[in-house]
Design a binder for this molecule. Structure first.
Ligand SMILES: Nc1ncnc2c1ncn2[C@@H]1O[C@H](COP(=O)(O)OP(=O)(O)OP(=O)(O)O)[C@@H](O)[C@H]1O
Ligand SMILES: CC(C)(CO)[C@@H](O)C(=O)NCCC(=O)O
Ligand SMILES: [K+]
Length: 231
């Protein structure tokens, strides 16, 4: 069995991979597995490097083999468009690998709606056409609140998209519109056969993008990570 880790800028997510199937780990801290059952820990991290060291100690998995995946120039049928391939976020790289496996021979927009929202374009041959990095929904709201004196948010999240008549709803709706608008523009200017959406804000965004051919795949990055097992 392999332990897969997706270390983002906000959260660290984990899954177990065994006999070709993936199982999400709900709480890494209380995970009840014997270290000797773990063949290797396969890690994708876009966080600071120190965070990985801290996690290694905390999980008491120092005797297990750790393999950190990096973005490559080409692998698993994907060709990276970056002039410095390793600079492409490994979460984006893995999401594209998984998207290609799920929809071979399709042009695909791969969207990861997490701390940041990333949009990456793949052509039917698996060549990465490039992508966008957009501040995520939560980050956008925090940015406005922390750079203004009188814009305050509310605990309740209730964006309406209609013109709002109180501060918190105006902020929430405006930020949601910014992300939805970016995805619509991405689609208008560079349409693809399919869109694969993953990340914490997937369901919310998809509910406002009815007219687009969207597939939601919550485990996309883990599916990509699973390709690196046994290497
Ligand atoms: N329990 C939660 N904790 C944090 N964010 C959440 C949670 N549930 C939903 N979200 C939403 O998910 C978004 C973050 O998405 P996601 O969980 O995919 O990324 P992350 O792990 O927080 O960060 P990263 O993009 O660095 O992986 C936030 O904008 C927020 O609106
Ligand atoms: C954009 C994020 C933060 C999304 O998680 C991550 O993929 C990242 O840190 N990327 C590195 C820069 C790049 O992808 O060009
Ligand atoms: K992510």
């Amino acid at each position: 069995m392999y332990l897969l880790l997706d270390i983002g800028n906000t959260r660290c997510k984990a899954a177990l991979y065994e006999n070709g199937s993936l199982r999400l780990v709900q709480d890494l801290a209380t995970m009840d597995i014997n270290p000797t059952d773990i063949e290797a820990v396969i890690v994708a991290s876009v966080a600071a490097d120190e965070q990985l060291q801290v996690l290694k100690q905390k999980l008491k998995l120092t005797d297990v083999r750790w393999i950190q995946v990096q973005s490559e120039a080409a692998a698993f049928g994907i060709r990276n468009s970056y002039s410095e391939p390793e600079k492409l976020g490994v979460d984006r790289w893995l999401a594209m690998i998984a998207a290609k496996q799920q929809l071979p021979n399709h042009s695909i927009m791969v969207i990861d709606a997490g701390t940041a929202v990333t949009i990456d374009w793949l052509d039917p041959q698996g060549s990465h056409q490039g992508g966008w990095i957009i501040p995520g929904l939560a980050m956008q709201q925090r940015a406005v609140v922390s750079n203004t004196a009188k814009v305050l948010n509310a605990n309740e999240f209730k964006p309406v998209l209609a013109p709002a008549n109180n501060t918190a709803t105006a902020l929430q709706s405006g930020c949601l519109a910014a992300v939805i608008g970016a995805i619509q523009l991405a689609w208008q200017n560079h349409p693809t056969q399919q869109i694969i959406l993953t990340g914490g804000d997937s369901l919310l965004l998809a509910s406002h993008l009815d007219s687009l051919p969207i597939i939601i795949e919550p485990l996309l990055v883990f599916h990509g990570l699973s390709r690196y097992c046994r290497l």
